[in-house]
Design a protein. Structure first.
Length: 768
């Protein structure tokens, strides 16, 4: 059995030399860029200082960017001071099961951790169900006598559920590191929904962030003493601020040693209010919410007065409230304030995006603030500060833009996917029925499918204009672009639409990825799907458009009796640049994309090197595919290890785990990717595009009989490109965590041009 054809070995050796040369130049250019980026991060005021200090962490469950806005904080001057004079950002707190308890645990473990909402801390002598005290229940479950002042009796169940998960989180890791470095930890307050802790109303998950691996915290008080009755508040409860301050004075201030401290205070009133929101009159709800926000502001004011010169004040929320979630404000606000902290936007190597960090970054940032150099395998990285004028308003606009794009994504993508599948199926039916009329209109609708991805990219430059304007722009740009390419000669149209897509993807990628950050087909910062590089959606578009552009251009040149050798050399250069772009940590940084590109490009280029009919054996094909994948892996390793890049991308960290022999980490990573693809296969609308394309491509070649052989002789370069794209789509499906999406966006650049080629051929024969 044969597929493709044999590549000229000498030509392949020449292209390898060319690849090495291009790689050397690009890597040389990348090193000073990376050094400059590191200088920006490490010279913006990290907030680190020597000696004793206290990190005050004020956690307000339910707080969101709907409350933290420049116009709304004018009523709360001390909160306003935090966000105008501090280092601020939005934190992605998404976890697999999306509860407050999962958020706290993940912040402290530096990796995803799951828990049940019933898991709660108790003071040692507090009563639980069936007559147990917390300490007796803990001892019964663990076989150990608790030592901490507050304990997690459900620790064995928590550890058991996470051992069975596909995540690498280690509950209690942060607490262990703090204890090992002589840092005292205190937690105060709760978000209980009743005064009887043993009646299932205890909601005390804040200590999960700073607990040790025994499920203990040595200082503080989370008991019912931190609450007071107030019949005008939800559940008849209110945080007892006065009592908490008395406890802090006695335990933290008066009993202070020369050791550094982490003091965490959870203010649960806003969380309790939103738990009862559906029962409130709207106006009354606003009045009570304003009272609670004033109380939070007054607490911040008091805390600012008590801070020493080396102290830091952190304000954070583990999860936004229900209204914010419905409006897609999924990032939570974080403000770091203190004399040692420079005002500006927070960023990290995890996100590489000004104003955004991950929940994985919280623990490393806390340790950095305490001057603790820890060698644990944190997935996150310490946050840095990027100075910006007007940073608070800039952050608010960025968060609003991200929320708008997140809301807009299903509104645009679901209809587009439906339209895409419908157009392809109707075109296929017309081909089967041999309808040759209205060729221009058929081409117009098919061109709209090819031009839509780049129009969705352009749309990202207008994200501040709002959902309605962006939607109108997308439709207008798509229709105008489709009309333009429909009027062009066939090969020029194919090369033009795909070349334009390729150009703007690279232009945006090399100039900061501003468009893709706000494109509905780009990043998804709200759920932490991707923060930098090129996502799987546009990775598929990039590779598919590159192959279509080069093969259509080469087909045009050869049919016009022009030499295609110069185009083949240019194609090789384009493929090499694209592969390196996908590999480099500061640009594409997509491992699955690099492997997909290497395999796809090597199949496409071997057809260009020898377009005459002559088939490649399956064994030879497998050898070339393996060589392509191996080349991509080597380039990834070089980019992340040999360039002396101090801050690795997520790919580099995965490679570090492989080098250290952490097979468990890699196996779980692979299983998570498989699990994600299986999930997407059932729920993603892109699976419909993939299925439609997979059905259309072979049927076009099988009907009428002999069509495959005819097209291979008549359009060898285009057919080589279609073959490469189809094979690449399979590779994308196998090696990416959302391979369904990558394969679907990529194979469209084979299925749609094949439909267009059939209309073009039928029209030409009809005219003749």
């Amino acid at each position: 059995m044969y597929v493709g054809e044999v590549i000229d070995i000498k030509a392949f050796i020449r292209i390898k030399v060319f690849i090495v040369w291009i790689l050397y130049i690009l890597f040389t250019l990348t090193i000073p860029y990376q050094a400059m980026a590191e200088e920006v991060i490490h010279n913006t005021g990290s907030g680190i200082s020597m000696g004793k200090k206290t990190i005050w962490i004020v956690s307000v469950p339910g707080l969101s960017f709907l409350e933290i806005h420049p116009d709304r904080l004018r009523s709360y001057p001390h909160l306003e001071q935090l966000f105008t004079s501090g280092a601020i950002g939005g934190v992605n707190v998404r976890t697999p099961e999306r509860g407050v308890e999962d958020s706290y645990l993940t912040m402290g473990a530096g990796h995803s951790v799951i828990a049940r909402s019933t898991f709660s801390f108790y003071m040692q002598d507090e009563p639980m169900d069936y007559g147990f005290t917390a300490s007796s229940y803990y001892e019964m479950m663990t076989g150990s006598i608790p030592r901490g002042k507050m304990i997690l009796p459900s620790l064995p169940a928590l550890l058991s559920s996470n051992r069975a998960s596909l995540y690498e989180g280690r509950p209690g890791l942060l607490g262990n590191v703090l204890a090992a470095n002589g840092v005292d930890v205190y937690v105060y307050g709760n978000r209980d929904q009743g005064l009887a802790a043993n009646e299932g109303l205890a909601l005390r998950q804040a200590p999960m962030m700073v607990m040790n691996d025994r499920g203990e915290v040595d200082g503080g008080n989370i008991g019912t003493e931190t609450l007071k009755t107030n019949v005008s508040r939800p559940f008849g409860l209110q945080t007892n601020i006065e009592t908490i301050w008395n406890m802090i004075d006695q335990e933290v201030m008066e009993g202070a040693s020369n050791r550094s401290q982490v003091v965490m205070i959870e203010l649960g009133d806003l969380d309790r209010l939103y738990a009862w929101k559906s029962q409130y009159d709207e106006e009354q709800f606003s009045i009570v919410k304003h009272q609670i926000m004033k109380e939070i502001d007054e607490f911040i004011a008091e805390l600012m007065l008590r801070m020493e010169s080396e102290d830091q004040l952190w304000l954070i929320s583990p999860l936004p409230h229900s209204t914010a979630i419905r409006q897609k404000y999924l990032l939570v606000p974080l403000a770091l304030y203190g004399k040692s902290i420079q005002p500006g936007l927070l960023t990290s190597e995890t996100t590489r995006r000004d104003g955004m960090i991950s929940n994985y970054d919280i623990a490393p940032t806390l340790l950095m603030a305490l001057n603790i150099d820890d060698n644990n395998r944190w997935i996150g990285t310490p946050a840095a500060v990027v100075p910006e004028n007007g940073h608070f308003r800039q952050l608010s606009e960025e968060i609003k833009g991200a929320a708008d794009v997140y809301r807009m994504r299903p509104k645009q993508l679901y209809p587009f996917v439906t339209y895409e599948v419908t157009v392809m199926l109707i075109a296929f039916v017309l081909i089967l029925n041999k309808r040759t009329a209205y060729r221009k209109w058929k081409m117009f609708f098919l061109y709209s499918l090819l031009t839509a991805p780049v129009c969705m990219l352009w749309e990202g430059w207008f994200y501040k204009q709002g959902e309605d304007v962006m939607g109108i722009l997308l439709i207008a740009m798509t229709l105008l672009s489709a009309a333009l390419w429909t009027s062009a000669p066939f090969y020029i149209g194919l090369a033009g639409v795909s070349g334009t897509t390729l150009f703007f993807l690279l232009f945006d990628g090399f100039t900061g990825a501003h468009a893709i950050q706000h494109s509905v087909l780009g990043y998804d910062a709200m759920i932490g799907a991707r923060y930098y590089g090129i996502g799987n959606e546009y990775m598929g578009v990039l590779i598919g458009s590159a192959v279509l552009c080069t093969t259509a251009l080469l087909q045009f040149m050869t049919e016009k009796h022009k030499k295609g050798k110069s185009i083949a050399i240019l194609t090789a250069a384009i493929y090499v640049i694209l592969l390196i772009y996908l590999v480099l940590p500061n640009f594409g940084t997509n491992a699955g994309g690099a492997i997909t590109a290497a395999v796809t490009f090597i199949v496409a280029w071997q057809r260009m090197a020898r377009p005459q009919p002559g088939m490649m054996r399956w064994r030879s094909l497998a050898l070339w595919l393996s060589a392509g994948a191996a080349a991509a892996l080597i380039l990834l390793w070089l980019a992340n290890q040999l360039l002396s890049i101090s801050e690795q991308s997520h790919i580099g960290k995965a490679m570090t785990q492989i080098e250290s022999g952490n097979i468990g980490y890699i196996s779980k990573l692979i299983l998570r990717k498989i699990q994600m693809n299986l999930h997407l296969l059932g729920v993603s609308s892109w699976s419909k595009v993939l299925v439609a394309s997979v059905l259309i491509v072979p049927l076009l070649l099988l009907r009428p009989k002999g069509k495959l052989k005819q097209w291979q002789h008549r359009y060898p370069y285009l057919m080589g490109g279609f073959t490469a794209t189809a094979i690449g789509s399979v590779i994308a499906l196998l090696v990416n965590d959302s391979g369904i999406v990558a394969a679907a966006t990529m194979i469209v650049f084979a299925a749609v041009p094949m439909l267009m080629l059939k209309f073009y051929e039928d029209s030409a024969s009809h005219c003749s």
